[in-house]
Write a protein that binds this ligand. Structure first.
Ligand code: PGA
Length: 258
């Protein structure tokens, strides 16, 4: 049973037009009752952020972006600044998703700059870390996570650390239909907690929510949310379907004693 306020975040990736996004969020709001406790975050594409924010001013739903650029403005064709996101009502920013790391070659150094700019401007990063299949098979999971955390969080002050969310997303589980087993998730979340405690001799690290992501669906959500150290989910594919996403929210809600 989790005691931190759980988070269920939808990563829509490059799916849904602004109109489809608005309709989906309105429908989910109609299904949810006030008593649902998880923080629900939608991370649509940039083009939908403004529209969802305009249409849902008082819904209690949070908005997140899937990316940001680390400069505040300038000649950076195709990029989006933190201030632009803030003006669209964004509160959370996914940083370092494995698709950004692997398809768009984002590295620990650029992700570090993004984490700084997001935190410095009062937004909440959802910092994604995770090992590949080969890393895990070679026994390198802990080494990879340590490197991603140490380099990603370089220079980030201890007093800011509880303002972030970490998402553990094993690369081999993302979009594959194969989730990590509860025992693997438990062990890895524990390792992440230990690595954070090594980096920050600071009680605040205990308050960092650590989400699991990678093929979360209604069928496995109960077993995964029951895992010690799992404070919620970052959901890709199943967040695109109303019924599936709603079921996942319900399962997380039922497991929370807040
Ligand atoms: P998935 O994606 O739920 O489709 O595996 C998770 C993610 O990419 O964050």
């Amino acid at each position: 049973m989790i005691t931190k306020k759980p988070i269920v975040a939808a990563n829509w990736k490059m799916y849904k037009t602004p109109q489809e996004g608005v309709t989906f969020v309105i429908e989910i709001c109609n299904l949810l009752l006030d008593k649902e406790k998880p923080t629900i975050i939608f991370c649509p594409s940039f083009t939908s952020l403004f529209h969802i924010n305009e249409n849902l001013p008082d819904s209690g739903i949070e908005l997140g972006s899937q990316n940001v650029y680390f400069e505040s403005e300038g000649a950076f064709t195709g990029e989006t600044s933190v201030q632009m996101l803030k003006d669209c009502g964004v509160r959370y920013v996914i940083i370092g998703h494995s698709e950004r790391r692997h398809i768009f070659n984002e590295n620990n150094a650029s992700l570090n700059k993004k984490l700084h700019v997001v935190l410095d401007n009062g937004l909440v990063p959802i910092f994604c870390i995770g090992e590949t299949f080969d890393d895990r098979n070679a026994g390198y999971t802990q080494r990879i996570l340590k490197e991603q955390l140490a380099k990603g969080l370089d220079g980030i002050k201890g007093q800011l650390i509880d303002r972030m969310v970490i998402a553990y997303e094993p690369v081999w589980a993302i979009g594959t239909g194969v989730n990590a087993e509860p025992k693997q998730v438990e062990d890895t979340h524990l390792q992440i907690n230990e690595l954070l405690a090594e980096l920050y001799a600071n009680e605040l690290v205990k308050q960092i929510p650590i989400l699991y992501g990678g093929s979360v669906k209604p069928e496995n959500a109960k077993a995964l949310i029951e895992v010690e150290g799992v404070d919620g989910f970052l959901v890709g594919g199943a967040s695109l379907k109303l019924e599936l996403f709603f079921k996942i929210i319900k399962i997380v809600n039922n497991n929370y004693m807040g």
